[in-house]
Design a protein around this ligand. Structure first.
Ligand code: C2E
Ligand code: CA
Ligand code: CA
Length: 277
């Protein structure tokens, strides 16, 4: 009744709802069909500051649309989280990551896998992980890292810390993803038995030209080191920022400067003949 504006708003809403339903239906089809083909897991290198060599990789899921187009996680992870499909999707990603770790045993130190708060809250998560590792006794479980965000600590009734302790007992390492962007980073550091801090891109981009960013990174590096944790700087794109990170003694980094996420075969082609630890 209010005329065009109201009309445009409801159209917009309808488009959003339809997109969400499309994403959900596609995801359901993909998981029920051939997820290895339709939900490929790509890998982005993580390099050592000391040697510049690839020591690890982050597993990042993609979706292959029927048209062949590759969609980023922003197109389907939110729907997966809302519907609970993140649980089977996350298991699929974990399986692919473990298979690649074994395949690349001689060439790659570790693989880091994103685990959403919803997955962690699920009672089946730790048993799934334990079974997967038990099925692959040849794999040193410390080569698997799970990345969690601060929101994992919020809004769920389960004791996440207890769950994380069980994961650590399996030998799997824990990384705090997007570190510094949440509301209680220090609480997080204090309460989670993590091994790795992934310093968010927002602190890293433009670091070379911003002394305040440099001070913050220096303090996080010091704090992490005192707590026995290592640090990965995320989103390094500029050589000047990489130079500044090395001057601050940041141990490792990830970003387009070193390589974008790639399909497994292309990623494997970039690996050194021997694993660098
Ligand atoms: P994230 O965990 O923070 O992953 C890093 C994202 O930053 C990736 O985007 C990566 O491609 C991008 N990136 C890496 N280096 C650079 C850089 O130098 N510059 C810029 N601008 N970006 C860079 P991607 O692959 O689109 O993933 C987006 C997010 O989707 C991830 O953010 C993560 O939260 C989520 N995600 C991806 N795969 C999974 C998964 O298997 N499970 C879950 N639960 N979430 C996932
Ligand atoms: Ca991540
Ligand atoms: Ca991140």
């Amino acid at each position: 009744a209010g005329g065009n504006r109201m009309h445009a708003f409801s159209d917009d809403m309808r488009v959003k709802v339809r997109e969400r339903l499309d994403a959900e239906a596609r995801l359901r089809d993909a998981l029920a069909g051939d997820p290895v083909e339709t939900l490929p897991v790509w890998f982005q290198p993580i390099v050592s500051a000391a040697t510049g060599e690839i020591t690890g990789a982050e597993a990042l899921v993609r979706m292959r649309a029927p048209s062949g187009e590759i969609l980023g996680p922003g197109h389907f992870i939110p729907a997966a989280e809302e519907t609970g499909l993140i649980v089977p999707l996350g298991e699929h990603v974990m399986r692919r990551a473990v298979l690649r770790l074994i395949e690349w045993d001689e060439h790659l130190g570790y693989v880091s896998v994103n685990v959403s708060p919803r997955q962690l809250a699920e009672a089946g998560f730790v048993p799934m992980l334990a079974n997967l590792l038990a099925a692959h006794p040849e794999l040193d479980s410390s080569r698997l890292v799970i990345e969690i965000t601060e929101t994992a600590l919020l809004g769920f009734s389960v004791d996440v810390r207890e769950r994380l302790a069980m994961i650590k007992a399996l030998g799997v390492r824990i990384a705090l993803d997007d570190f510094g962007t949440g509301y209680s980073s220090l609480t997080w550091l204090q309460s989670v038995p993590a091994d790795v801090v992934k310093l968010d891109r927002s602190f890293v981009a433009g670091l070379a030209a911003d002394p305040r960013k440099a001070s913050i990174i220096q303090a996080v590096l010091w704090l992490a080191r005192s707590l026995g944790m290592t640090v990965v700087a995320e989103g390094v794109e500029e050589p000047a920022d990489w130079h500044a990170l090395r001057n601050l003694d940041c141990p490792s980094a990830q970003g387009y400067l070193f390589g974008k996420p790639l399909p497994p075969a292309e990623f494997a082609a970039t690996l050194a003949p021997r694993r660098i630890v």
